[in-house]
Design a protein around this ligand. Structure first.
Ligand code: FAD
Length: 475
């Protein structure tokens, strides 16, 4: 790689972070090419006909609070390139065996009102972050730095440092409130009694009130297609079906930005990496995997509680205690009998996903890293528990465990969907204190393994590209 200039760059991988990095560079006049191993675009933001003709399924991401609330994506004209957000009336629902489902509403006030006596503290805790999302997000979705809005960051620090189970007990007296919060925090893929596991719960709740939990019309692939279309208007290029095996294939570039995880960077860069940095990458810890199901359905899911049909996302995990037990299991190498199931039902709000009168649903649960267990029965039993008659509506199903997911996208190591465990230690140095930089001049990491971590938001790519521009151009 040449030094002290940034005219030509390669981005390895076309996930949302790779595409965002490429756009940031192309906007600065850099000649950038994205190389994608798969024949299809978008990594974790893609859709395909996985079951029957006419049914469209999101292969990985389905619901997008972090994309809708991303300071990076907000600067791109993605609507002009076909992205249209659709909102369900409620962001998320959490049914219980007894009593009405808890819901995360678009409105903070409405959510608080539905939480009854718990509503006051919920509003008090969350209102500043929800109201000032667009001020807080650039500070929150970034590597550690001196924040522009320290009070908002301090608030999230105070709220988010708690283990989710403890936060749920402190902030909510009702079983409904506790379960709702546990479901939000369950997106962290951490045990709910782990330090820091509540942070993602607060962030997702604040984003829900600020920007909603929308789905893209036409599937998650619309996000990557819009990013790629915008990149092309900036002169950027994209090569699909081009797996990079060794950085030496990419001679002549001033910078290479890798939308890959540490284990892959080790293979790509090999002896170019100083041993101390390579050792840090080798020590990187991947988290549990996921087992995912997609269904083609003969009708909508027959929820016992009709409130669940108001939300594109439904959390099926029962009470806080049940969820605490089930989310610990994958960390101990076990499969929970009653796993926490994250379910999306996009066709209720987007008719383009299925033939008229038919529906799709998407669901996954956490499993031990690399597990080969088939969780179809356990996931469907959880849906059936809250929607009796669900199984009778299944026309076809498609299942993917960790190894299938990793075959489709090499970044899903052992089925880990967040590019590495989101533990406090790994959030603070993700994957090292260099964050997006490496000790090799011109070589950057831009995937979800860097801050701020997993999710479709492009912020990892945004920060990596800005680091490259600052280093090599002095911007
Ligand atoms: C089942 C599942 C459900 C999810 N649900 C959601 C959700 O609802 N909402 C949400 O926000 N997030 C969700 N996520 C997480 C989200 O998809 C990821 O966090 C996000 O896609 C990470 O983006 P990325 O650009 O870092 O990497 P990825 O999107 O994983 O993209 C990496 C790309 O790099 C390519 N690549 C890897 N190695 C090479 C190589 N050597 N040469 C060339 N190309 C290479 C891969 O093929 C891939 O296309 C989900 C993920 C999964 C798997």
């Amino acid at each position: 790689m040449r030094a002290m200039s940034l005219r030509k760059a390669y981005v390895i991988g076309s996930g949302p972070n790779g595409l965002t990095a490429a756009i940031v560079l192309a906007r600065e006049g850099v000649d950038v090419t994205v190389l994608e191993a798969q024949a299809t675009l978008g990594g974790g933001s893609s859709s395909a006909a996985l079951t029957l003709p006419g049914f469209l399924h999101d292969v990985c991401s389905a619901v997008h609070p972090m994309a809708a609330g991303s300071p990076a994506l907000a600067t791109f004209p993605l609507e002009r390139h076909g992205l249209r957000w659709l909102h369900s009336p409620a962001a998320a629902a959490h049914p219980l065996d007894d009593g009405p489902a808890a819901t995360l509403e678009r409105s903070l006030e409405e959510t608080a009102a539905r939480l009854g006596d718990d509503g006051r503290l919920y509003r008090l805790a969350l209102a500043p972050l929800a109201r000032h999302w667009w001020k807080a997000a650039p500070d929150i979705l970034a590597p550690p730095h001196v924040p522009r809005h320290p009070l908002l960051v301090a608030r999230l620090g105070l709220l988010g440092g708690w283990p989710a189970a403890a936060a749920a007990r402190f902030f909510f007296n009702s079983e409904r409130g506790r379960a709702l919060f546990a479901g939000l925090a369950g997106h962290s893929v951490l045990p709910l009694d782990a330090l820091g596991s509540s942070a993602i719960g607060w962030v997702l709740a604040a984003a829900g009130h600020a920007v909603g939990w929308p789905i893209p019309e036409g599937g998650s692939r619309r996000i990557s297609e819009a990013l790629a279309a915008y990149l092309k208007t900036l002169g950027g290029q994209l090569e699909l079906g081009r797996e990079v095996r060794e950085l030496g294939e990419l001679d002549g570039a001033d910078a290479i930005l890798c939308d890959v995880t540490p284990a892959q960077l080790l293979r790509l860069a090999g002896p170019r990496l100083p041993e101390s940095f390579a050792a840090r990458l080798r020590a990187w810890r991947y988290g549990p995997g996921v087992f995912k199901l997609d269904w083609a359905l003969d009708g909508p899911i027959p929820w016992k509680d009709a409130e669940c049909a108001r939300a594109a996302t439904v959390h099926l995990g029962g009470s806080l205690d049940e969820m605490t037990a089930s989310e610990r299991a994958p960390w101990e190498g076990r499969a929970s009998e009653r796993p926490f199931v994250l379910l999306a039902q996009p066709s209720l709000f987007d008719p383009t996903r299925a033939p008229a009168g038919k529906h799709t649903a998407w669901a996954y649960c956490h499993v031990p890293h690399g597990s080969s267990l088939d969780r179809t029965g356990a996931i469907e039993a959880q849906v059936e528990r809250f929607a009796p008659g669900f199984r009778g509506r299944i026309l076809a199903r498609h299942a993917m465990g960790p190894s299938t997911l990793q075959r489709r996208n090499a970044n899903l190591v052992g089925g880990d969907i967040t590019g590495g465990a989101m533990t406090v230690g790994q959030i603070l140095r993700r994957p090292s204190f260099l964050y997006h930089r490496t000790p090799v001049r011109g070589l950057y990491l831009c995937s979800a393994s860097t801050p701020p971590g997993g999710g479709v938001h492009g912020m990892c790519g945004w920060h990596a590209a800005r680091a490259a521009l600052a280093d090599l151009r002095g911007n």
